[in-house]
Design a protein around this ligand. Structure first.
Ligand code: NAD
Length: 303
């Protein structure tokens, strides 16, 4: 297949590009390198340094590449940034997505695969793990932008006659996650601990997230090429892991002995999160497989 992967210089999508190429697909990457790195892009992929807000630049790429599938991962994915200055997040994540959908219709793509969020989508729901029927209640413009993008995908895919599959990810971690970012505690904690610096936990350490290793997310994106049409699927373990448990697990993997620094809870951040991924098993035959212990070891080794 001819596949466009947006955000393919970033953490998650660069691994997806590698897997698609390994399977023999022809891959085109669009990324403006805002948070991604050119060195992450597989040498066999065709790379365009372009911004998804630029409809005309994208149109030239769609015209030239004759795409079958768009796998859309480019986004501004920083919750605190979206609270401070929401417009760029909304422009990239909603209007950028709309540009890709318009061109998908114009150039007759067959399928649109999207990386949405579970945590930021459901907010702090009454019942955990959250399933796809849990009411969306974003606590940040980032979460809102993903909800709006999802609705836009549902609208344009049905009106323009192509399939779609929306994934709502739990907290993804693994090699190539930026240790200088805001999220991605395994990479951040690991990077600091390896330098002998004690990481900061925001809150009292009991905040929870559901952690899924990047290879499991990649496997879902490979399955998505042939399975799962017109639906929205959570990807996660359904398990809550506290910040202090992550701290301890990363400390063990890096042989770090100090205690964490504590700072106040940050606005827009959820208190608890975990995702029920039963539907992923039922629709595309996906289950997470890499345990937190093994995933942390692989991640720390890569730093
Ligand atoms: P990332 O920042 O590493 O990747 C995003 C990529 O998009 C970067 O390479 C960046 O340069 C590119 N990009 C940003 N704005 C762009 C623009 N205007 N035009 C073109 N490219 C642009 O982040 P990631 O963690 O790999 O996230 C990938 C996707 O998965 C995002 O859509 C994110 O919202 C989603 N997601 C991630 C997680 C997670 O835990 N990491 C959880 C849920 C959803």
């Amino acid at each position: 297949m001819n596949i466009l992967v947006t955000g393919g210089a970033g953490f998650i999508a660069s691994h997806i590009v590698d897997a698609y190429i390994k399977k023999g697909h022809k891959v085109t990457v669009v990324d403006n390198l805002a948070t991604g790195f050119r060195k992450n892009v597989n040498k066999e992929a065709k790379f365009y340094n372009a911004d998804i807000r630029d409809l005309e630049a994208l149109r030239k790429i769609f015209k030239k590449e004759q795409l079958d599938v768009v796998n859309h991962h480019a986004a501004i994915a920083v919750v605190t940034e979206s609270l401070k200055n929401p417009i760029p997040t909304l422009e990239v994540n909603v209007l950028g997505t709309t540009n890709l959908l318009l061109l998908g219709g114009e150039y007759n793509i067959k399928k649109f695969i999207f990386s949405s969020t579970g945590g930021a989508m459901y907010g702090d729901p009454e019942k955990l793990p959250a399933s796809e029927t849990t009411e969306p209640k974003p606590l940040s413009p980032y979460g809102l932008s993903k909800l709006l993008a999802e609705e836009t995908i549902r609208y344009y895919s049905s009106n323009n006659n192509f399939n779609h599959l929306i994934f709502r990810y739990a907290n993804v971690y693994g090699p190539r996650q930026n240790p200088k970012g805001e999220a991605g505690v395994v990479a951040i904690f690991g990077g600091l601990m390896k330098k002998g610096v004690s990481p900061t936990i925001f809150g009292d350490g009991t905040k929870t997230r559901d952690y899924v290793y990047v290879d499991d997310i990649v496997r879902a994106n490979v399955l998505a090429l042939t399975k799962g049409n017109g639906t929205t699927i959570n990807l996660g373990w359904g398990k809550e892991i506290q910040d202090k448990e992550i701290f301890d697990a990363v400390a063990k993997a890096t042989k770090f002995k100090q205690i964490p620094a504590l700072a106040p809870h940050r606005d827009g951040e959820l208190l608890r999160s975990s995702l029920n991924a039963q539907k992923a098993n039922d629709t595309i035959g996906w289950k997470p497989s890499i345990t937190l212990k093994n995933g942390i070891t692989k991640t720390i080794t890569s730093l």
